[in-house]
Design a binder for this molecule. Structure first.
Ligand code: DOR
Length: 446
């Protein structure tokens, strides 16, 4: 007897990191059950996706959703809404909330708050401090934890582990790959007065390329000494690319869409403090260097560092203005526009947002379109010409650095574990977000 699918997507072009082909997709019980010619098959529902490209669900491995503690900027519900409106099916959320996610109770609390309140699937980072190193092994193995995050340079919030000896203790204590904010805190402190009142263009002067390079160099040495894997978040300098290329056995690398799209001085002239983030947006030579690293395969993932702050907060005089900009909703259209303009292939985009995250974090059953995997799909129209505007943004902050940008390529549908969650800019159905499972910490049932 032939299987009846829950849903069939008919006539689309399926894209994995290694190529594309025309085929139908049948889903059953939240999983991909068949790929091929399903023209004779039965299904409870059929969606015609002719002319559209079906990508594996886009995974954003760096977002800040501000709950608990700063829900006036964002919360898990609005952040999840922003993700699915932008075609993102899964997010990994950062620990610099209030309180920070530095113990098992705080992480379990986030999982509980997120379950069936977020539209997308999720995982949370545990935060390292100099005080909680002993409990990191427990924290990193908790359900819903994607690993440990270490701030080696201070940014938004209180988390910081700046000394070599403490970073080494963290690395020696944990088992999974940890993720690092790599700016040298000692150099940032020495140069603090170079951040000039009212002059946001001095942000990359204060937090200069050398601060990032020095820290990444230290981090690589420490990772090697501990014999541990590291993930270096939001690389912002051309110089770090050849350095990281020498250490691909231990280091994986993230860049953000904003470091690939914006550049100084124009971004500060156009956006002022709304372009302020850590590590900073730098000059064209750095942006070019990041693209070279991406093309050379040195970059493993694109994460957005979605870091919403309200307009009022961002409008404060620099350096009182907080660092960070939203990005989870705009990643797919901004990067598809780069595909349209020939800077990367659609397959490489998939590699950076699905297969890459799967490989770096050891995600179970997500990251590719394959039978047996979760039916997480990002369905895009490569021909759609649209304008990104503030009023499309559903994140609580209500603004985007890309306001007014014309793009070609748009997310049409977001499908999570076989449920259509967003279709043509409309949210459909209830929030069903679940914690992601990881191969290193699979639950065992007795
Ligand atoms: O600009 C940033 N903002 N960089 C970070 O590392 C943190 C983030 C935030 O949480 O606002």
């Amino acid at each position: 007897m032939s299987i009846t699918y829950d849903l069939i997507f008919r006539g689309g072009t399926i894209v994995n990191q290694d190529g594309r082909h025309r085929a139908d997709i049948g889903t059953k019980d939240g999983r991909i059950a068949a790929i091929g010619d399903l023209s004779q098959a039965d299904a409870a529902d059929t969606i015609d996706v002719k002319g559209l490209h079906i990508l594996p669900g886009v995974i954003d491995t760096q977002v800040h959703l501000r709950e608990p503690g700063n829900e006036h900027k964002e919360d898990l519900e609005t952040g999840g809404h922003a993700a699915v409106m932008g075609g993102v099916t899964t997010v990994f959320e950062m620990p610099n909330t209030k309180p920070p996610t530095t113990d098992p109770d705080a992480l379990a609390d986030k999982v509980k708050r997120a379950r069936h309140r977020m539209q997308c699937d999720f995982a949370f980072y545990g935060g390292a401090t100099t005080e909680n190193i002993d409990i990191l092994p427990e924290l990193e193995r908790q359900p819903g934890c994607c690993g440990i995050k270490v701030f080696m340079g201070s940014s938004t919030g209180t988390l910081l582990v700046e000394k070599d000896e403490d970073v080494l203790r963290v690395l020696k204590t944990i088992k999974r790959r940890a993720a690092f904010h790599s700016e040298d805190e000692f150099r940032l402190r020495e140069r603090r007065e170079l951040a000039l009142l009212g002059h946001v263009d001095t942000h990359p002067v204060w937090r200069d390329a050398e601060a990032a390079y020095m820290c990444t160099q230290r981090l690589l040495r420490l990772a090697r000494e501990a014999g541990k894997r590291i993930h270096v978040l939001h690389i912002s300098t051309a110089g770090e690319i050849p350095l990281l290329a020498l250490h691909k056995d231990v280091a994986t690398v993230e860049v953000t869409p904003q470091h690939l799209t914006l550049a100084a001085p124009e971004c500060y002239e156009a956006l002022g403090t709304f372009a302020q983030m850590n590590p900073p947006i730098r000059g064209h030579e750095h942006r070019d260097g990041l693209w070279n690293g991406l093309r050379a395969g040195i970059v493993d993932v694109i994460g957005t560092d979605h870091a919403p702050h309200t307009r009022e907060e961002k409008e404060q005089t620099y350096p009182k203005s907080p660092s960070g900009m939203p990005g989870v909703q705009t990643m797919v259209p901004v990067m598809l526009n780069h595909v349209h303009e020939g800077r990367l292939t659609l397959e490489r985009f998939v590699d950076l947002t699905s297969a890459g995250p799967q490989r770096v974090f050891g995600i179970s059953c997500k990251g590719r379109i394959a039978v047996g995997y979760d039916a997480d799909l990002t369905i895009v129209d490569l021909g759609a010409e649209r304008e990104i505007t503030d009023d499309w943004i559903v994140s609580k902050c209500g603004w985007t650095p890309y306001n007014g940008m014309k793009v070609k390529g748009w997310p049409i549908g977001t499908v999570i574990r076989g449920h259509r969650v967003m279709w043509e800019d409309e949210l459909l159905g209830d929030a069903r977000g679940e914690p992601v499972q990881f191969m290193e910490t699979l639950p065992h049932h007795v």
